[in-house]
Design a protein around this ligand. Structure first.
Ligand code: SAH
Ligand code: SF4
Length: 416
């Protein structure tokens, strides 16, 4: 069931997070099991080891939707498996298609009723580059970090996802693609939640996606995005070159980043950069820095120059993304000419920069937007108070004043 909302979280006067509506199904999802764990279950049931492989193949590669449909298994064994494990941890999935078929947004209901999202983006072949199908997945239901421009941040934290709940988002997309003779080429942890605050489960799911006997996706095709959880970045660095690390930077100046990414009050820009720099140095992999561009807030020449100064000489790539409109913020995305101006200033400083457009804006493809919609409307007064507070906080930040708000509770004290 739902954990009580942590106290001290900067709530911006938000409505309470949508609660789970029923108890969680305690049966582990089959895709969250290690091959040896599944093997042990079959051994305990006096079954040959190859049965585990049959189940794993069906779960990861087959078109079956339940244990009952795995016809290679003895009939009597199927209900036993069903009593022990869930074949699919998504109890319901609704898919909405937009961008002329280029973006597919899936809203998944979990066993306890919580909603999470995944977004599948199709990129047709262009010139030298082959066609790509990238899935953006969630790592938590809600998020404790509470970035004010993010629909997930608005929802508050519900709970960490289980390993199977993370990888089953991938399985759903892979099935839809397979039906069209296509396959998934990239997975990015850029949906709901802060992956480095659920790092054990995220690493287990990456191992499953990476394992040639399970999903078999190359690590280079996986990216993990963080709002700057420094101990988590260090843990990833210790694992060596793996997947791409993306850091949601948004602002190079602490006063502003304190407002845009409340976790900055715990791990400020210099500490995040030190960890990211060390990651690039130790792994030899370029770190991606994401900047969600908000009109008049973090998109000035001054911000571009501060960012150029911060990243000059780093193994870095910057992605500029105009903010998707989100309810309850007083802000809008930066208009394209100013995004281009910002990009040009970074490029002049020798920093590789790309402008990205959030796909599927019309169906709310910014993370958490669909789930937020389903959570219902906040009272107008609450929205108004939150907007006023953001206007005041960002105005103070633009004058260079640091915030006195505490860091989000429960996410910084001991690290992940
Ligand atoms: N919690 C992690 C990963 C999920 S958010 C993180 O913050 O990095 C993935 C990306 O979506 C982040 O860079 C985030 O800043 C961006 N994002 C969130 N809301 C957005 C919005 N309304 N418009 C554009 N980008 C947004
Ligand atoms: Fe959480 Fe990332 Fe959204 Fe910030 S941007 S609230 S860290 S999901």
């Amino acid at each position: 069931m739902t954990e009580p909302r942590p106290t001290g979280l900067p709530s911006y006067g938000l409505r309470p997070a949508p609660s789970a509506s029923r108890p969680r199904d305690e049966r582990p999802g089959v895709t969250g099991l290690l091959p040896e764990e599944l093997g042990a279950w079959f051994t305990a049931h006096d079954q040959p080891a190859y049965r585990a492989r049959q189940v794993q193949d069906a779960a990861w590669r087959g078109g079956q939707e339940s244990f009952d449909q795995i016809l290679t298994l003895p009939t009597a064994l199927r209900p036993e498996l069903d009593a022990a494990f869930r074949f699919d941890t998504m109890s319901e999935t609704e898919v909405r298609i937009t961008d002329g078929g280029l973006t597919e947004k899936a809203l998944h209901r979990l066993s306890d009723g919580l909603l999470i999202e995944s977004v599948l983006m199709h990129y047709p072949a262009r010139g030298e580059s082959r066609e790509r199908h990238t899935l953006c997945i969630s790592s938590q239901a809600g998020c404790a970090v509470g970035c004010p421009f993010c629909a997930t941040g608005e929802l508050g934290m519900e709970r960490d996802l289980e390993t199977a709940e993370i990888v089953d988002q991938v399985r759903h997309a892979a099935r839809r693609l397979a039906a069209n003779g296509q396959h998934l080429t990239n997975v990015v942890f850029m949906g709901m939640g802060e992956p480095l605050l659920n790092l054990d489960r995220v690493l287990e799911s990456i191992a499953a996606l990476n394992d040639p006997k399970r999903f078999g996706l190359g690590a280079r095709h996986i990216a993990v995005s963080t709002s700057g959880v420094v101990p988590g970045i260090r843990r990833l660095t210790a694992l060596g070159p793996q997947f791409t690390l993306a850091v949601s930077l948004h602002a190079a100046r602490d006063a502003l980043r304190d407002v845009l990414v409340p976790l900055n009050r715990r791990w400020p820009v210099a500490e995040v950069m030190e960890a990211a720099r060390e990651h690039a140095r130790a792994t030899g992999r370029r770190v991606t820095y994401e900047v969600t561009m908000i009109d008049g807030i973090n998109d000035t020449d001054h911000d571009a120059d501060a960012m150029a100064q911060l990243l000059r000489g780093e193994l870095a790539h910057v992605n500029l993304i105009p903010m998707n409109p989100v309810a309850h913020t007083p802000w809008t995305g930066t208009p394209l000419p100013r995004v281009e101006r910002f990009a040009a200033r970074l490029a002049t400083a020798g920093i590789a920069t790309t402008i990205r457009f959030n796909r599927g804006t019309e169906i709310g493809a910014a993370c958490g937007q669909l789930a937020a919609e389903h959570a219902g409307q906040a009272a107008p007064l609450v929205v108004q108070r939150r907007r006023e507070r953001l206007v005041n906080e960002s105005a103070a930040a633009l004058r260079g004043e640091r915030s006195h708000e505490p860091a989000p509770a429960g996410v910084g004290e001991e690290g992940p």
